[in-house]
Ligand binder design. Sequence first.
Ligand code: NAD
Ligand code: UD1
Length: 339
Amino acid sequence: MAVILLAGGAGYIGSHTAVELLNVGHDVVIADNFCNSSPEAVKRVEQITGKNVKLYEVDITDREKLAVVFEENKIDAVIHFAGLKAVGESVQKPLVYYRNNIDTTLSLMENMNKYGVKNIIFSSSATVYGEENPVPYLETMKRGVCTNPYGWTKAMMEQILEDAAVADKELSVILLRYFNPIGAHESGLIGEDPRGIPNNLMPYVSQVAVGKRECLTIFGNDYPTADGTCTRDYIHVTDLAIGHVKAVDYILNNRCVEIFNLGTGTPYSVTEIVDTFEKVNNIKVNHVYGDRRPGDLAECYANADKAWQVLGWKTERSLADMCRDSWNWQKNNPNGYNN
Ligand code: NAD
Ligand code: UD1
């Protein structure tokens, strides 16, 4: 079994991935500065799995401080989750986003180079397909024109990693393009804990249901979709986490430079999400229809065949599971990790 460094591993997707890696017997090292997470998430990962995680509080942009993590551990592969991810904020503070997201990547890659670590899996996003490509998105499509600095950081980091793999024939790179992760671990012990007003749909729905917010605004019901609201490829975060375990197995056994979509391949509309959440949890979610949100695409979903063909991975959890587990986390932790 291998030692896997999760950069940004205390966050939403990283903590769920840590659980699944530990469950199959890997050792997990987490490096995080908690700028958007809490050490409590790592304690909960240990509680769920009954295993220890080696945790470093470090700003990953700080190459020298990060070197200690590489010095003290014989790392086999890195999964790079560490980044800022709020689209709206990235438009307000582009330099902060470019600095943090690009520098975490360079600092990780430079340390990997120095310490001879040859495997990196990167958290990319469906956002890199841009506005031009038709759905469903296929990995063979060209990266598109991104609509915001956050998206551009993802596109640039993909390019940086691909260039590094051209120069170093021993370096393996997997770019995972996530679609819309929602849900939480079935224990209800870890989940998404956004700071302030949530930008994303599911945390907003859950906070309305729990009474923290009054009403959800559905952004637009005049899109060219079946019910007029936008459709997305929502994926249970545990399925997503298991996708990382499969990517780790693959990268440890193959020299590769590969892109994989991690989605279900099935789009659901905003209205379907709200209806399913209400039905499976037997709770009301107050909502109104409002204006479109600038920058939103009508539809976004994956062709998920490649991950199945190459990694042997596909999603197993339903939309009902996603809604149930999101609510289970929210109602047990109304204030996230600050209970
Ligand atoms: P998150 O904010 O919960 O996790 C990111 C983690 O990185 C946090 O724990 C944060 O504290 C840490 N971090 C950020 N900058 C750091 C730095 N300089 N040094 C050390 N730690 C740092 O986000 P998430 O939802 O778990 O997303 C993980 C990754 O996946 C991100 O790169 C994100 O852009 C990408 N992604 C997320 C989604 C999504 O919908 N959640 C979709 C596509 C891609
Ligand atoms: C957003 C980002 C995307 C990022 C992804 C995951 C934008 C334009 N895109 O995608 O780059 O990779 O998050 O972090 O921000 N919705 C409502 N009301 C709400 C919130 C959302 O109706 O209060 C709708 C949106 O219009 C959208 C759907 O719900 O149709 C999902 O929204 P969201 O969770 O923000 O994800 P994306 O827009 O797909």
